[in-house]
Design a protein. Structure first.
Length: 202
């Protein structure tokens, strides 16, 4: 489903697919989610907070998923993506993420929307939700990075996939309701000109 919303200077666009993974594939994805190692991290990755990750948006993330066979999470995502979107990826970066309610509440980010754009090395950014069905655990899209209120709120829903242009300002909800918010962020290159940027990244 493609959503368009007219604003004064911008068409905000996002795409949404419910029941993204098939039942069998979702089971394999969740098994991997539960068994892979998560490393304490923060967003934005490139910002150093003096060793205190709670000063950013505290996260726990796996390593980037890799092509390790047909039933690997990477290939399950890649094949499902192509099937559901008809977009052939030239490059994919994806991993699993948890955010913990107690850490978020102890961060200055709590209750503060912080719109950002993702890297220009990717055409598409998005995520899949795994364990919540709430607006407060979803994704907020903004017209401008300087805005204080979102233009669009996308609610989280079990096995829902949402994606948008990587340069559209967006933010996670900064007041999640679940004790742990489970998602699969992903970033995709599908344009040849972007692939050159991706391959030349430092």
């Amino acid at each position: 489903m493609e959503i368009l919303k007219n604003t004064a200077n911008l068409i905000v666009m996002f795409n949404l697919v419910d029941n993204f993974y098939s039942s069998n594939n979702l089971g394999l994805i969740v098994i991997n989610f539960l068994n892979l190692h998560f490393q304490a991290n923060h967003e934005p990755h490139e910002t150093y907070f003096g060793g205190d990750r709670l000063l950013g948006y505290p996260t726990h993330e796996t390593s980037k998923l890799k092509d390790e066979g047909l039933l690997s999470p990477y290939n399950i995502f890649k094949n499902t993506w192509e099937e559901k979107t008809n977009i052939k990826p030239l490059a994919i970066s994806t991993f699993f993420r948890k955010t913990k309610l107690d850490e978020c509440k102890n961060s200055p980010s709590w209750g503060q929307y912080k719109p950002h754009r993702d890297s220009k090395n990717f055409d598409i950014a998005g995520l899949i939700y795994f364990n919540s069905n709430r607006l407060d655990d979803g994704t907020y899209i903004f017209e401008k990075e300087q805005d204080y209120e979102p233009t669009v709120i996308i609610g989280s829903k079990y096995n829902r996939c949402v994606w948008y242009d990587s340069q559209i300002p967006h933010s996670p909800s900064m007041e999640q309701t679940v004790n742990e918010r489970w998602t699969q962020p992903f970033f995709i290159v599908y344009k040849e000109e972007t692939l050159k940027l991706y391959e030349n990244r430092t």
